[in-house]
Design a protein around this ligand. Structure first.
Ligand code: ADP
Ligand code: MG
Ligand code: MG
Length: 883
């Protein structure tokens, strides 16, 4: 078995196509090496080793050690060094890398191979003892932290105290002797903590680090991250071992991170940060404030320190050429990590960069126009979920605001919430339904759950590429980073900025796009969608097969939906129109009526109200189909609760209050979800359905006459299980419809159909289709009735199911393809067998979920219907499903 793949100058055994085997990092290192880019040589241990490791009780497969030894010798030879050698010691980094980037994993260990002996060799060889000891102290600290799991605070404390005592401000002021002293302090910490000295055998160090990576694949942080991002445990991680290059060799060396375009806005310029005389994570850790890449960005930010363009022009030019080459090669925006050792550029990582929704749109559209990608590729580049970020509010520009602090605009969006200072509390409060803003000095992968729970994140430290910034952008949370004036009190009861104090629990508003935090809840406004949005949506509309409709009852929602490109209404829930104060009395009267006569009296009051509701909807949706569902919910939802309410109904209907009370009592149900609702109401009280049918048809006629536009009502009978239920009601609806059309003297197409939301209906869809002119899959109820699972009650145990992996997805969010989906497919097929042109759609929550939309495309339905704000998401997802 081949367990190890080498990469190095101008060639590599692996490339980007081997991502599953080598992880993202390893595969791209191979790809960059093959492209002829300057990549320090190294090798990648495959994800299959990880799988074997866990299969065999955390032991390594045979042959692995020999392959690693050989690869290590080869790496040493190509740089003229040798691992463990006293005078020419090869140093390596040990880096983890799964298929998908995973912040929950082990951190990279740099400078591995340094010991008390080899550090002397490095000092002599480089002629720079300060550099050698700086590297050694970094190694001891990193290795102790991530491999030996010694608490890192002790190390930080030693360094802080030493710097204070010696009046140093920056690490770069430390001399070789200073670092020697620090190193002996560090080694003592390790020995005290572990009862044995820091490992002095480079082989032991190497295997320690490799094992730490593989073990970290199943640590708590990684498990949480995988769960949140649906990454299967079976993927495993790879490990890359790579010859070190040094950014900490003085003023001609540096380390940096960069994006080929701005990941916040998508603007096409080089975006990034770098630090002179620094190594690895220094830029991200926010210990020193990094410098800008280009002169232009520096001037824009008002920085004093020179940009890379100014400080290292030759390396900068080289870097620009690399950016160009990588973008053309990967045909996507790249996120790059690089190091400059004594003026020479080295590439350490590239990957497709994470970006905001706004940037994602702009980059896709720009790249298509630049001829780098096709329209279809551009459509596939944008994650439909991410559009959510664009469709949500930003701060009202006219609103008054009282500034708390300013930091870096790390991730756009606006949100208000209560101040909290730690992630566990953020999660707890969010579960109680509170909006929270998480305020931290900095964040680490341990904060993922808190960041997820928070509406926004603010940190005191860190730049635009810090952990907080990257993770927040990925999650679509607004984030302000590097707010240097922010001081969180040790008690975690308040923070201060300048002279002002903000207590825990106080409400603040974050504006991530501006990098600002305000006191109180600042009002927000709807976003203006950019030209890029319209353009990409246009491309998506050309491609998609399925229509997209919206679920809406009010003219306002219908208008929002239409503005977002909805092509009709897929579900108008008439009961939502019944709850308004001026109507509920009449509705109660109708329900509590003792006989048909009483009911009809109440219905007469409701008819004009319903008719005007429908007229408003038809007007907004003129020219487009509108599906209206007859009254569906269990009666008890409308029952009067208080004596006052009963009094009111008694007054309005002339019935006796006590009688009303008895009647309400009689209507009580043990299991309303499966009780007297949907078409069952219509079977018991046909006059209710008849009133609704009349209101719909009269409204349609009025609007058709008034506007001259085509009006297409689709009358939908809910909760049908047997064909006979639908037949019973359809006959009555048709009667009314014909009557109304005759009264109005016009011709108008209308359809009568049903919701498929019970397994029996799906299984007998061929029979039902004899009467139904359309099916709309009510997948919320169909999921409830297929699983026998109540949506309202499942919240208490669904998390257990997710944790245990029994459910991979919440079936109320993403359509269960095997069960519920199978019923959809059966019903679609049977329906079409009876009535080849039957119209098929889906109108549950799933209608706005991209994965469910993808399934529905496969099942060949004609349209999806979703909430108004999700319309663009559905349009894009439908296009992607088709491609
Ligand atoms: P992460 O996945 O957290 O980004 P990496 O493995 O990319 O971890 O390592 C983080 C940083 O460490 C890199 O950006 C780079 O600056 C530094 N680094 C890693 N390997 C080397 C190396 N061989 N030489 C110099 N620096 C390295
Ligand atoms: Mg990296
Ligand atoms: Mg239903």
């Amino acid at each position: 078995m081949k367990w190890v793949y080498s990469f190095g100058a101008d060639n590599a055994e692996g490339d980007a196509s081997l991502r599953n085997l080598l992880g993202g990092k390893g595969a791209n290192l191979g790809e960059m090496a093959s492209l002829g880019l300057p990549v320090p040589p190294g090798f990648t241990i495959t994800t299959e080793v990880c799988t074997e490791f866990y299969k065999n009780d955390r032991t390594y497969p045979e042959g692995l050690k020999a392959q690693i030894d050989a690869a290590l010798i080869q790496v040493g030879e190509s740089v003229g060094m040798k691992f463990g050698d006293k005078s020419r010691p090869l140093l390596v980094s040990v880096r983890s890398g799964a298929r998908a980037s995973m912040p929950g994993m082990m951190d990279t260990v740099l400078n591995l191979g340094l010991t008390d002996e080899t550090v002397e060799g490095l000092a002599t060889l480089s002629g720079d003892p300060r550099f050698a000891y700086d590297s050694y102290r970094r190694f001891i600290q990193m290795y102790s932290d991530v491999v030996l799991e010694v608490d890192h605070h002790s190390f930080e404390e030693i360094l802080e105290t030493y710097k204070e005592e010696h009046d140093y401000f920056l690490d770069t002021e430390m001399t070789a002797d200073d670092w020697r002293t620090i190193i002996s302090g560090y080694k003592k910490v390790v020995e005290d903590a572990l009862g044995k000295p820091f490992p002095q055998d480079p082989q032991e160090q190497l295997w320690g680090a490799i094992s730490a990576v593989f073990n970290s694949w199943r640590n708590d942080r990684a498990n949480t991250y995988r769960r949140l991002h649906h990454i299967p445990e079976s993927w495993g991680t790879a490990v890359s071992v790579q010859a070190m290059v040094f950014g900490n060799m003085g003023a001609t060396s540096a380390t940096g991170v960069a994006f080929t375009r701005d990941p916040s806005t998508g603007d096409n310029y080089y975006y990034g940060e770098f630090l002179i005389n620094a190594q690895g994570e220094d830029v991200v850790a926010g210990i020193r404030t990094p410098q800008a890449l280009t002169k232009e960005s520096r001037l824009k930010m008002g920085d004093e320190e020179p940009s890379m363009e100014e400080a290292m022009p030759t390396a900068f030019a080289e870097l620009c050429a690399v950016f160009d080459k990588l973008e053309k090669h990967y045909r996507d925006m790249q996120d790059i990590e690089f190091t400059i050792q004594d003026g020479k550029l080295w590439m350490l990582q590239t990957r497709n960069g994470k970006r905001t929704a706004k940037a994602s749109l702009k980059i896709a559209v720009d790249m298509c126009k630049e001829g780098l990608i096709t329209e279809e590729e551009a459509i596939n580049r944008v994650d439909p979920h991410s559009l959510d970020q664009l469709l949500h509010p930003s701060l009202d520009p006219d609103a008054e605001r009282d500034l708390v602090l300013t930091g870096l605009p790390a991730s756009p969006g606006a949100a208000s919430g209560e101040v909290v200072f730690n992630s566990d509390e953020a999660e707890r409060l969010a579960q109680e339904g509170k909006n929270v803003i998480l305020i931290r000095v900095e964040t680490s992968p341990e904060d993922i759950h808190g960041m997820h729970a928070a509406k926004g994140i603010v940190t005191a430290r860190g730049g635009m590429t810090s952990h907080a910034a990257v993770v927040a952008r990925g999650m679509g949370r607004p984030c302000v980073c590097g707010a240097g004036d922010l001081k969180i009190d040790k008690s975690e009861a308040f923070f201060t900025v300048g002279g002002r104090k903000v207590e825990k629990g106080e409400v603040v508003t974050i504006d991530g796009g501006a990098g600002k935090l305000f006191f109180g809840a600042v009002p927000t406004v709807q976003p203006e969608l950019s030209g890029d949005f319209g353009e990409l949506m246009g491309w998506a509309d050309k491609v998609r097969r399925m229509r997209v409709r919206a679920n809406a009852e009010t003219p306002h929602d219908a208008q929002v939906a239409r503005d977002f490109g909805a092509e009709g209404i897929g579900l108008c829930r008439t009961e939502h129109m019944f709850f308004e104060a001026d109507r509920i009395v009449a509705v109660r009267e109708m329900i509590l009526a003792e006989d048909k006569k009483g009911r009809e009296a109440a219905l007469t009051k409701l008819l004009p109200m319903q008719r005007s509701d429908f007229e408003a909807l038809f007007k907004v949706m003129a020219g487009l189909p509108v599906t209206i569902r007859l009254l569906d919910p269990p009666l008890h939802e409308f029952l009067p609760h208080s004596d006052d309410e009963i009094e009111e109904v008694a007054k309005s209907s002339g019935m006796d209050a006590q009688k009303l009370k008895d009647r309400a009592h009689k209507l009580h149900e043990f299991n309303p979800m499966l009780g007297h609702r949907g078409c069952r109401l219509g079977v018991s009280y046909p006059e209710i359905s008849e009133m609704q049918a009349r209101a719909i048809m009269e409204a349609a006629c009025n609007v058709a006459k008034e506007t001259g536009e085509k009006v297409t009502p689709e009358i939908m009978v809910p909760l049908v299980a047997k064909r006979e239920e639908l037949a019973f009601l359809k006959e009555r609806i048709d009667c009314i419809a014909i009557e109304v059309l005759k009264e109005n003297g016009i011709k108008l197409d209308y359809l009568v159909g049903t919701m498929i939301e019970l397994p029996r209906a799906a299984l007998t869809a061929d029979a039902i289709a004899q009467d139904a002119e359309f099916f709309s899959f009510g997948t919320n109820d169909l999921t409830q009735t297929t699983f026998g699972l109540s949506r309202d009650d499942s919240a208490s145990f669904l998390p257990d199911y997710m944790r245990q992996g029994i459910f991979e997805r919440d079936p109320f969010v993403t359509l269960d393809p095997d069960g519920v989906g199978a019923l959809v497919e059966i019903a679609a097929e049977k329906g079409r067998a009876t009535r080849p042109n039957i119209k098929l759609g889906i109108c549950g929550e799933h209608g706005g979920d991209p994965d469910s939309i993808n399934f529905v495309e496969g099942a060949g339905l004609d349209y999806v219907s979703c909430s108004p704000y999700r319309t663009p998401i559905a349009r894009l997802a439908a296009a992607q499903a088709k491609l």
